[in-house]
Design a protein around this ligand. Structure first.
Ligand code: FDA
Length: 310
């Protein structure tokens, strides 16, 4: 692993660094590149603009690893308001949540109770209700809770990380239940025993698993691919594979993060592909922002330029 990436991912866990960063206006300015603001209103405004550019959205309120019941309940109430406002807006919108935000560290039953109530509410949306995938300590429990949610709610999807060696077999178990799957490379620092370390292996797994989700049997079972990547080479390979196999354009979609790969977002939308932008917002942006820096250490240079130039 690139040593800078390791340092940034380790730093993402530091409460001290989080406090320091939150106080520094140059950091906040740099963060604004990836996030339209800290409030739901700002996220909804960004979603409306993206809708006008033929892109759907996935909204997420930043936060993870909540430690108190009242905090988990407050997060669930916030997401309920988000879902209601998205339904009222008529936007092509989806919602994505981390189970540790809904109290998973306190009790899996609490997280399931909140996620299930939100999934029921989100049935009024045009799109899916997604469960994010967090670090590998949570993979098993996340998939277990996802399977239980999926039994009750049809349009619930889960994120799978192609850097994990286990993902191919997880995917095989999810396809027969008609799972919605958002494939991503994976954003955490995982040990080599359980995760591919080379970029080539992670990319190849991404492509192979995307093809598996696009094959006619998987689609007939109701499985769904959202390819969550900014990697233009991978996107082009998936597009070529889908076109060669006659997969309809509306049978899968691409998803990218707000502020990243804007030219690719516009190209995909302009060429009639389904594309969504994941819009994150909220006050608890530090660990999430550090993962964005780690994905592209050149972003650290961007922060320094903001620090100097404003
Ligand atoms: P890769 O990292 O190879 O980057 C390809 C190219 O994209 C780079 O060369 C660069 O041009 C651009 N790029 C990528 N990241 C950038 C950045 N931060 N800043 C600027 N340019 C950048 N992870 C996870 O573990 N759990 C989850 O639930 C999710 N959810 C999720 C949803 C969606 C919609 C997306 C797009 C991503 C996630 N992720 C995630 C994050 C994911 O695991 C991964 O870390 C990032 O998407 C970066 O990987 P890429 O596939 O973009 O490729």
């Amino acid at each position: 692993m690139n040593p800078m990436r390791g340092m940034l991912l380790a730093g993402s866990q530091s409460a001290w660094l989080r406090r320091q960063a939150s106080r520094r206006s140059f950091v906040r300015r740099a963060v604004s590149r990836f996030m339209p603001g800290e409030t739901l209103d700002e996220a909804l405004r960004a979603a409306t603009v993206l809708g006008g550019e033929n892109m759907g959205v996935i909204l997420t309120h930043l936060g993870e690893n909540v430690t108190g019941r009242s905090e988990a309940d407050a997060v669930a109430r916030h997401y309920a308001e988000m879902v209601d406002r998205l339904i009222a807006s008529g936007l092509d919108a989806e919602v994505s949540v981390k189970l540790t935000q809904l109290g998973l560290d306190l009790s899996p039953d609490l997280a399931l109770e909140h996620a299930s109530a939100l999934a029921a509410r989100a049935a009024g949306l045009r799109g899916r209700f997604w469960i994010d995938m967090e670090g590998s300590a949570y993979t098993e429990v996340t998939l277990d809770l996802y399977r239980r949610l999926r039994q009750e709610h049809e349009r619930v999807g889960v994120c799978l990380q192609t850097y994990l060696r286990r993902t191919a077999s997880d995917l095989e178990s999810l396809i027969p239940m008609g799972a919605g799957v958002r494939l991503v490379k994976g954003a955490y620092d995982e040990p080599p025993g359980i995760a591919f370390r080379s970029r080539q292996e992670v990319d190849e797994a991404f492509f192979t698993l995307s093809c598996r989700l696009l094959d006619p049997a998987a689609r007939a079972a109701g499985a769904w691919l959202t390819a969550g990547t900014h990697d233009p080479r991978l996107i082009a390979r998936i597009e070529a594979h889908a076109d060669a196999g006659g997969v309809p354009r509306d049978a899968f979609e691409f998803a990218l993060l707000f502020g990243i790969g804007r030219a690719e977002q516009a190209r995909l939308a302009g060429s009639g592909r389904r594309v969504r932008v994941l819009v994150s917002y909220g006050e608890y942006w530090f660990p999430w922002y550090m993962r964005r820096l780690a994905e592209r250490p050149a972003n650290v240079g961007f922060v320094f330029r903001k620090m100097i130039g404003g």
